[in-house]
Design a protein around this ligand. Structure first.
Ligand SMILES: Nc1ncnc2c1ncn2[C@@H]1O[C@H](COP(=O)(O)OP(=O)(O)OP(=O)(O)O)[C@@H](O)[C@H]1O
Ligand SMILES: [Mg+2]
Length: 458
């Protein structure tokens, strides 16, 4: 089970791409007792919803929520997505967090239930201990042997490296091959870094910086952990590592193994979906290790934004997931009131079937007051590096109240460009108004489309 890792990282990276509008959010902003501070961690107001979200985080951490669902309900721009992301930030690296949007299910190539299934399995972690053989120590010296890049002779890439590692008790010089040298270069390993190299896979991990190494340069602020003292012990050693992989990682590893076998015997396997048989095998394996106490299950979080986009088939799939043995915590968000469940003529609250709704804890998210909107706009302008004059802030607050907060937030950057063209680095109300004329929000665009309906392509 140790050959595969880090697919979780991919999901985090994917998530990060999507949350740039929420980059100012660093957590739920709660005090030690779980009480929301008025403005903290980039979050403003929304006190009750944040208190509820804090309780959710605690239940997730205590493992009390698996197989249950949470639903954020509120008008557009009220902070539902922001709150879900704040929950993710509170959870820590080891709890899988997967984010999908209801609209993503409709792909031409992969079945909806397969996309959901994948997301579900990526949201369930399996944690286990592993004994690895590693070289670990502080970098005292590092030298690369360079060669020309195969496609671009002007670029030099490392072909090998010679690296001296040290602890309090020992010093060792290693010659490493290209793949390790590349990793050393990519991680930007320099003198004073504490690193660990897996002796079998060659994987390089940067563990932090150690103070006081000769010829090493130190900055006031280091981006990694700083150790005051040299580590003790041997450089080459066995080390217990705790790892979390997801069920999806295991599915993929199994599938890859099988593909390898098939390609040896000449079979051609074009796979877009993972065979249910593979998942069954993985589940069995995990169950076996669970009962032997070799692994623990880490139910993570599957966040489905705009959940009203799901159709009846997907909803019934979700209900089944919530009941199954390995199930993540499902958090959903919607801005719909009474509406038809997709794929049916049945009206239901939030477009969600009643039997599923019945199992959810629902957290209401209320619209913001103008004061809260002002605060959020100011935080965002700081984050986006947009300087707003007083009257520009008020213009944006007005737009946020009349249209939506999201629209107001989105206008900020165009307004900055307009101001910039006029040779100012401060955005004024007139720039905001001009931006609002150039870019419309949804309700205006519908009016516009209606007015010119006959001229649009059909
Ligand atoms: N309480 C808050 N504190 C700070 N920023 C917030 C807060 N609520 C929302 N925001 C920011 O305001 C913008 C709009 O919020 P968000 O996208 O979360 O709304 P939503 O409820 O998910 O809307 P929709 O229903 O349209 O999806 C985002 O940039 C978000 O980060
Ligand atoms: Mg949203």
């Amino acid at each position: 089970m140790s050959i595969i890792r880090e697919v979780k990282e991919e999901s985090r990276r994917e998530m990060l791409k999507r949350i740039s509008a929420h980059s100012h959010i660093r957590g739920l902003g709660l005090d030690e007792k779980g009480e929301p501070l008025p403005v903290a961690d980039g979050l403003v107001g929304q006190i009750e919803a944040r208190r509820a979200a804090g309780i959710v985080v605690r239940m997730i951490k205590e493992g009390r929520l698996a197989g249950r669902g949470i639903l954020f309900v509120g008008p557009p721009g009220s902070g539902k997505t922001a709150l879900a992301i704040a929950i993710a930030r509170e959870l820590g690296e080891d709890t899988p967090f997967v984010m999908i949007n209801g609209a993503e299910l409709y792909s031409a190539e992969v079945k909806k239930t397969e996309i959901l299934m994948r997301a579900v399995r990526r949201a369930i972690g399996v944690r286990f201990k592993e004994i690895r053989r590693v070289y670990e120590g502080v970098v005292k010296d590092i030298k690369f042997a360079l060669t020309s890049h195969p496609f671009n002779p002007y670029v030099k890439v490392p072909r090998a490296a010679r690296i001296t590692l040290a602890t309090k008790d020992e010093e060792k010089t290693l010659e490493v091959d290209e793949s390790i040298a590349m990793q050393l270069a990519q991680h930007g390993i320099r003198r004073g870094d504490m690193i660990s190299i897996d002796a079998d896979t060659g994987e390089v991990f940067k563990l932090g910086r150690v103070k006081g190494i000769e010829k090493a340069k130190y900055f006031d602020v280091e981006s990694t952990r700083v150790f005051e003292e040299m580590p003790k012990g041997k450089i080459f050693k066995e080390k217990e590592i705790i790892r979390t992989v997801t069920l999806h990682d295991l599915d993929e590893a199994y599938a890859a193994q099988r593909r390898a076998v098939f390609s040896i015997i000449g079979g051609l396997l074009e796979e877009r979906e993972i065979d249910p048989e593979i998942r069954k095998n993985v589940d069995e394996l995990v169950r076996k290790h669970l009962s032997e106490g070799k692994v623990t299950l880490v139910p993570g979080v599957l966040f489905i934004d705009d959940v009203h986009m799901l159709d009846i088939e997907s909803f019934s799939f979700l209900s089944r997931v919530l009941e199954s043995e390995f199930s993540p915590i499902v958090i959903m968000a919607t801005n719909r009131g009474m509406t038809k469940i997709r794929g049916t003529d049945i009206e239901s609250p939030h477009g969600i079937p009643l039997d599923l709704l019945d199992r959810l804890l629902i957290i209401p998210v209320r619209p913001y007051t103008p004061d809260e909107m002002r605060e959020i706009i100011m935080i965002r302008s700081d984050e986006e590096d947009v300087k707003l004059s007083k009257d520009a802030i008020e213009a944006l607050v007005k737009i946020a109240s009349e249209r939506s907060l999201r629209y107001a937030v989105q206008l900020m950057h165009p307004a900055k460009i307009i101001a910039d063209r006029k040779g100012r680095d401060e955005v004024r109300a007139e720039d905001v108004e001009e931006a609002a004329k150039l870019f419309m929000d949804v309700s205006l665009s519908i009016e516009f489309a209606k007015k010119w309906e006959s001229k649009f392509l059909k």
